[in-house]
Ligand binder design. Structure first.
Ligand code: MSP
Length: 523
């Protein structure tokens, strides 16, 4: 891909009704790593995350804690959701809260626009609502309760009883967009990724769409409907609009034109909102649809989706305190195929930390730098003639950089890391085979020793660049220890050119490197 184009990417905005768990961290880190890659490639990158603060779920959480909804969200956002970004070392460009004026005003403008265009009407509604999902549930997602909820209809995701609501609502004419949506999925096959997610949405829309209730009148914690303030806008419609309001829809058209359309990365639980309702809302307003929607899988605990409401939530800080933020980011970016479900286990994380980070990457860095210090006084040596073994490393580095970039284009950071890791493994094997400690004993092999160590250092230079979106801290330390700062900041190195050989200057002064991934007490 050529650099310089706009790359706008978003996480879902999270419900701050409760504290974050590693499921939320999973999406946020994935989006951050993708954004960092594109930013480092020179694309005009913008990463947005935020919180979804209206709706009944929030009202109830606040009431249960004896405070107003605004007090509740202010507290949770300040004490839990902002700090999460620091814990995970996330470089978001903006954070939107749906209670901010910049959002509320533009949401009203958008709703008024689709009302004026004739896509909203008033009607009566009676249906089963899940407060956990903030959604009227279709038949297919309603199941019979068990245990304390025996005899009741419950939500298939939350396993909690549904509530029968009967209200006067405003409706959005979603049903009118089924054909246009199918046409969109047909003409842009990668609009929804991965393929399995796309197929599911296509099958859903092919059955026809019902109009969508987009207002609620039984409570007032939301954005008022502009022409009828006895209603508030349905929380999902309000929330989806964050992607547009945050970049200037209704307030800064120039910036909006610069950023939009963008990519949305979401958990598969909320795919339909993003791939059906959201593009239909945009079509109704005459605004371009997103560039794409990527649905990832769930982190499972005991075979079920991890969730706070089922008391299976693990706090990200628990893992970061033990393993560090880089290892957290690496583990979740690499251990699960992006798009599929994956089970988290502490043992698996500890094992990968030791094998891949400490013994694999960390050890490669430590010993390459230590040998440069021992045999060449610390300065990157001038390589002599390259042998086939050296050239094979150079080719692999070039290939890894190209394939990793292609994988990132497909939103597959896990595959990008697999490609990059081939270099880590190959360099470790190369050191074993080249036996620099044996070469060092023979003065006639001085040139060969220099070539081997330069190959290791230059390979590490490429690895530092390629892995910096996933592990910014460790690669930053490595960058300094390689004496690569003369090339400029690590974050300024063009990632799509990371595979070009011979960038680390001969004579670069290496510095002693503390272990990048120290031994942890993972018990
Ligand atoms: N507020 C809505 C989203 C509105 S977007 C316009 C919402 N919020 S949420 O707090 O429930 O977070 C949902 C997102 O968190 C999921 O889509 C997913 O990205 C992430 N995850 C929450 N639990 C998860 C797992 N167990 N596994 C993986 N991701 C999970 O829905």
């Amino acid at each position: 891909m050529t650099s310089g184009g706009s790359f706008y990417i978003t996480t879902p905005i999270y419900y701050p009704s409760d504290v974050p768990h590693i499921g939320h961290g999973y999406t946020t880190v994935a989006v951050d790593a993708l954004a960092r890659w594109h930013r480092q490639a020179g694309d005009d990158t913008w990463m947005l995350t935020g919180t979804d603060e209206h709706g009944q779920k929030m009202m109830r959480a606040a009431a249960a804690n004896g405070v107003s909804p605004q007090e509740w969200v202010d507290k949770l956002v300040a004490n839990e959701w902002f700090p999460l970004l620091e814990t995970l070392n996330v470089a978001n460009d903006d954070f939107i809260r749906t209670t901010q004026e910049r959002h509320e005003e533009s949401v009203k403008a958008f709703i008024q626009a689709i009302y004026d265009r004739g896509y909203i009407y008033a009607g009566e509604y009676e249906a089963l609502y899940c407060v956990g999902c903030e959604e009227f549930k279709p038949e297919s997602e309603i199941v019979q309760g068990t245990g304390p909820f025996e005899g009741l209809k419950v939500c298939a995701i939350h396993s909690k009883p549904l509530e029968l609501l009967h209200e006067k609502n405003y409706f959005f004419k979603l049903s009118e967009f089924a054909d246009d949506l199918l046409e969109l999925y047909r003409t842009r096959p990668d609009f929804i990724q991965p393929e399995s997610a796309r197929n599911e949405v296509v099958a859903f829309v092919q059955q026809g769409l019902k109009d969508l209730s987009i207002s609620r009148s039984a409570f007032d914690w939301g954005i008022p409907v502009p022409w009828d303030d006895s209603h508030v806008i349905y929380v999902w419609v309000d929330a989806l609009l964050n992607y547009a309001t945050a970049i200037g829809y209704g307030s800064d058209e120039e910036n909006f034109a610069r950023r939009w359309p963008g990519y949305h990365v979401v958990g598969k639980d909320i795919l339909r909102f993003h791939a059906v309702i959201w593009p239909a809302m945009l079509m109704a307003a005459g605004v371009e649809v997103p560039r794409g929607v990527f649905a990832h899988g769930w982190l499972l605990v005991g075979g079920e989706k991890m969730s706070k409401s089922k008391a299976t939530g693990i706090a990200p800080a628990t893992l970061v305190d033990t393993f560090g933020s880089d290892a957290y980011r690496f583990y979740f970016s690499s251990a699960i195929a992006f798009g599929q479900d994956g089970s988290f286990s502490w043992e698996d994380m500890a094992a990968r930390y030791q094998a891949e980070l400490a013994n694999g990457f960390g050890n490669l860095a430590s010993r390459s730098i230590a040998m440069t210090q021992k045999y060449f006084g610390g300065a990157a040596p001038q390589p002599g003639d390259y042998t086939d073994a050296d050239l094979a490393i150079q080719e692999l580095v070039a290939e890894a950089a190209t394939s990793a970039d292609a994988a990132v284009e497909r939103f597959r950071m896990d595959q990008a890391i697999d490609e990059i890791w081939k270099v880590v493994d190959a360099l470790n094997g190369y050191i074993t085979e080249s036996e620099p400690w044996v070469l060092a004993k023979d003065e006639t092999q001085r040139d060969r020793l220099a070539t081997v160590l330069y190959t290791c250092l230059e390979g590490l230079r490429a690895l530092a660049v390629l892995l910096s979106p996933v592990m910014p801290d460790a690669t930053g330390k490595l960058w300094g220890a390689l004496g690569a700062s003369a090339l400029g900041e690590l974050g300024a190195q063009p990632i799509r050119e990371a595979g070009t050989w011979g960038v680390l200057p001969v004579g670069a002064e290496t510095e002693k490197l503390q272990p990048l991934f120290p031994r942890v007490d993972a018990e």
